[in-house]
Design a protein around this ligand. Structure first.
Ligand code: UDP
Ligand code: MG
Length: 326
């Protein structure tokens, strides 16, 4: 009936009461962590006061996670349990929760309590002071292997160098954001989602809150190396066309080298210095090879633009407009 953004606006205007705060937590096989999570997040919400909801997303768990979620929803009207059809992965499970939640402010948090819910109060204060996004920045990572820490550090340095968006280092998705930022995030239809990068891309006032990352309360990391690599590839390709652009640069270099070869072999032939047959082979290889690389580079440049276009991100995001006819 409405185009999607108008739909959001109309919903925002007509809906009777939005909760002041939504907590969104994706859960994959978190049966051991959930009870403690619900206890601590419940306490943090009690302390914050106001109307709030906790949106738990079951990302196709194979353990008792869903059963526990529905029990929690029955026991506490603040809890909303959402179950996906299958395992979609952390970022999509989170996106599902974000599209269901209705709060004016939204806290994204993992269900394993690596990010302390007690920081909510400090995040709310920073937002009261005008922040659009308050993101948790890790000072220390308890209980994470040396391997995880070094790969994570290398990843954030790499993405910092490759992308033109300022994606803060050592952050996860643990953050508080306001409805305006969330609506912009949800208006970005790209399929390979690197949510912390997308939020950084949106801009506005983004403020860090430094904290020490805890060890998991229970269970183990759901991010094996294979998922981490896929995640890193999603992140880099979503925010950087540097690899594609590299094909352009290499194309120019190879074209220059190829033409150099071509000229060199022709000159050698004119001077009678070449063995019979060498000139035609070298000239053909040089010219064709160089041109092929150049053409690949050109295709890369168009593909990069096509890719950017296909992400369908908003061209600009207006923060305020002041003045004009009353
Ligand atoms: N998670 C999910 N789907 C997945 C993998 C993870 O919903 O396919 C959830 C998981 O339950 C947790 C959060 O995403 O709440 C972060 O995952 P995890 O703690 O395993 O990652 P790590 O902290 O080790 O990077
Ligand atoms: Mg974790």
């Amino acid at each position: 009936m409405f185009p999607s953004t108008d739909g959001l606006l109309v919903a925002a205007m007509t809906e009777p009461s939005r909760p002041a705060l939504s907590v969104v937590a994706p859960c994959y096989n978190e049966q051991d962590a959930l009870p403690e999570f619900l206890r601590r997040i419940g306490a943090a919400l009690d302390a914050a006061g106001g109307v709030c909801e906790v949106v738990l997303v079951d990302d196709g768990s194979r353990d008792r996670t869903w059963e526990m979620m529905t029990q929690a929803a029955a026991a506490d009207s603040r809890v909303v349990a959402v179950r996906l059809m299958r395992n979609h992965g952390h970022q999509l499970a989170l996106t599902a929760g974000l599209s269901v939640c209705r709060g004016e402010r939204i806290l994204i948090i993992d269900a394993d309590l690596q990010d302390p819910p007690e920081l909510l109060a400090a995040m709310m204060t920073l937002m009261d002071q005008g922040a659009d996004v308050v993101y948790g920045q890790r000072r220390q990572r308890d209980g994470e292997s040396l391997f995880k820490r070094t790969t994570a550090a290398a990843f954030y340095r790499l993405i910092g160098r490759l992308t033109d968006v300022e994606i803060p280092a050592d952050t996860g998705d643990f953050r508080l954001m306001n409805r305006r930022v969330l609506d912009l995030l949800l208006a970005m239809p790209e399929r390979h989602r690197f949510i912390r990068g997308m939020v950084a891309w949106i801009g506005g006032r983004q403020v860090p809150l430094v904290y020490d990352r805890q060890a998991r309360v229970a269970g183990e990391s759901k991010y094996p190396l294979s998922k981490m690599i896929r995640f890193a590839a999603d992140a880099i390709t979503a925010f950087s066309v540097v690899p594609l652009m590299a094909s352009m640069t290499i194309g120019w270099i190879m074209a220059a080298v190829g033409i150099g070869f071509f000229v060199y072999s022709i000159v050698g032939w004119l001077m009678g210095a070449n063995l019979p047959g060498w000139t035609s082979i070298m000239a053909a290889i040089g010219l064709l090879g160089g041109m092929q690389f150049l053409m690949l580079g050109i295709i890369g440049a168009y593909l990069g633009r096509l890719y950017d276009q296909s992400k369908g991100r908003p061209l600009f995001m207006i923060r305020d407009i002041v003045g004009g006819p009353k």
